[in-house]
Design a protein around this ligand. Structure first.
Ligand code: GLU
Length: 424
């Protein structure tokens, strides 16, 4: 897996995708200009006291791309590759994702440029709380609502919610908790939000299979990244009768043509700092050969720019289901499309997470507690609608599914600008 620490070049990919869709649908020129840049970019440098008594200074980002449809929404990631370019790209993808899903949100993204494995839990708590404090009034339940992303989780969200609420007047303490989604269930979190992204990934794969008349039973799939998205997608796809045969994460690559049990691997990871390396019921495999493994479905569920010109032509799968944000760069996409390989684009494929977040935010605002039996069908309904609209738009404009998904999102945002105009 790539371990580049700087310059991902992801924002360039977003612009290429955006301009292609804007041309196809003949997007209003003014709206094109507005959406071509981000609304605001917050960079904070903040000090934190380490366990050894010394002070370190960290760099955090929050990029707010557009809020025409509602408050900015999107995750916070803790990763050494996070820079302003990546944050811009990820924030922009969130604008398209929330619009496509029909949610009353815009797009934002951010996090801290950090390798969290190098810090103790107590240090991570202090880093998270101080980052929240540094973001100040730039986030809020009606302003910008962060959520988990790479290397952040429900615990991280609990610290953010508690810090944010603790620095506000006591009368707003509980309404302030909806400043973030993806919280633990005991702290205003939503049952099922933990599995929402993986559930959504598999919902889109099932819709793809139904549209193509393909039976998922016995189909072979490989997954890159075995965090929240990779694990839950593996869990739900296995339930459909498909077989997981290879997994890759930052620690290694493992392969077993006879099948890997996602639950057993997950249990192993719990005892191995979340890493798959050293798992005995599969063989270690060459990292650079991962995407070339003969299989039917690839689920990239880790970082951006993983499927590139360098490996796209060797892919044998018939479907790429983008659990990660931006896993396929624009040159690789052209190669895959020319080979007739289907792609369920990230802004559709992984939208189950933010759809789940929307229901958590609604639950909080209504002071209710919802059960998983209610939540998963609600997510299913929204993602199925987005899938059908994507396929219909792609058909109407005789284009690929990513461009179709962009067209649905852009039409919604364009309509809003036409209705409201630009102030003053
Ligand atoms: N980080 C997730 C994403 O990329 C979830 C965002 C959210 O729930 O706000 O979609």
């Amino acid at each position: 897996m790539e371990t580049k620490t700087k310059k991902t070049g992801m924002y360039e990919n977003v612009q290429v995708q955006f301009n292609k869709a804007a041309d196809v649908m003949k997007l209003d020129e003014g709206v094109r200009k507005i959406l071509s840049s981000t609304n605001s970019e917050i960079v904070v440098h903040f000090p934190v006291k380490m366990d050894n008594g010394k002070t370190e200074v960290f760099t955090g980002f929050r990029v707010q791309h557009n809020n025409a449809l509602g408050p900015y929404k999107g995750g916070l990631r803790y990763h050494p590759t996070l820079d302003i370019d990546a944050a811009r790209a990820l924030a922009t993808w969130m604008t398209w994702k929330t619009a496509l899903a029909g949610l009353p949100y815009g797009g934002g993204k951010g996090g801290i440029e950090i390798d969290p494995s190098k810090y103790s839990l107590a240090e991570l708590e202090r880093i998270t709380r101080r980052f929240t404090f540094a973001l100040g009034e730039n986030i809020g339940p009606d302003i910008d609502i962060p959520a988990p992303d790479v290397n952040t989780n429900a615990q991280t969200m609990a610290w953010i919610a508690d810090t944010f609420a603790s620095t506000k007047p006591p009368s707003t303490r509980f309404t302030s908790m909806s400043v973030v989604t993806g919280k633990p269930v005991g702290s205003g979190g939503l049952e099922g939000r933990d599995r929402a992204t993986g559930f959504g990934v598999v919902a889109t794969i099932k819709s793809w299979a139904a549209a193509k008349g393909i039976e998922l039973k016995n189909k072979k799939y490989i997954v890159q990244g075995f965090g929240n998205v990779g694990y839950w997608a593996s869990h739900f796809l296995k339930e459909s009768g498909a077989e997981l045969i290879a997994v890759q994460d930052a620690s290694g690559t493992i392969y077993n043509d006879k099948g890997i049990d996602p639950e057993d691997l997950f249990q192993y990871c719990l005892t191995n700092k979340g890493n798959i390396a050293g798992y005995k019921k599969a063989d270690a495999f060459h990292a650079s050969e991962f995407f070339a493994i003969p299989c039917d479905i690839i689920i990239p569920a880790a970082l951006g720019n993983q499927i590139t010109e360098g490996n796209a032509s060797r892919i044998k799968a018939v479907l790429i289901a983008e659990g990660a944000n931006g896993p396929t760069d624009t040159i690789a996409e052209e190669i895959l499309l020319s080979k007739g390989i289907d792609i369920i684009p990230d802004i559709l494929c992984n939208s189950g997470g933010v759809i789940g977040s929307y229901f958590e935010w609604l639950q909080n605002r209504r002071a209710e507690i919802w059960k998983i039996e209610k939540v998963l069908p609600l997510i299913q309904e929204k993602i199925d609608t987005a899938f059908n609209e994507t396929v219909a738009a792609a058909k109407k404009h005789k284009t690929d599914w990513r461009t179709g998904a962009y067209v649905v999102a852009l039409e919604r945002i364009e309509r809003t600008y036409k209705e409201r105009g630009v102030f003053p």
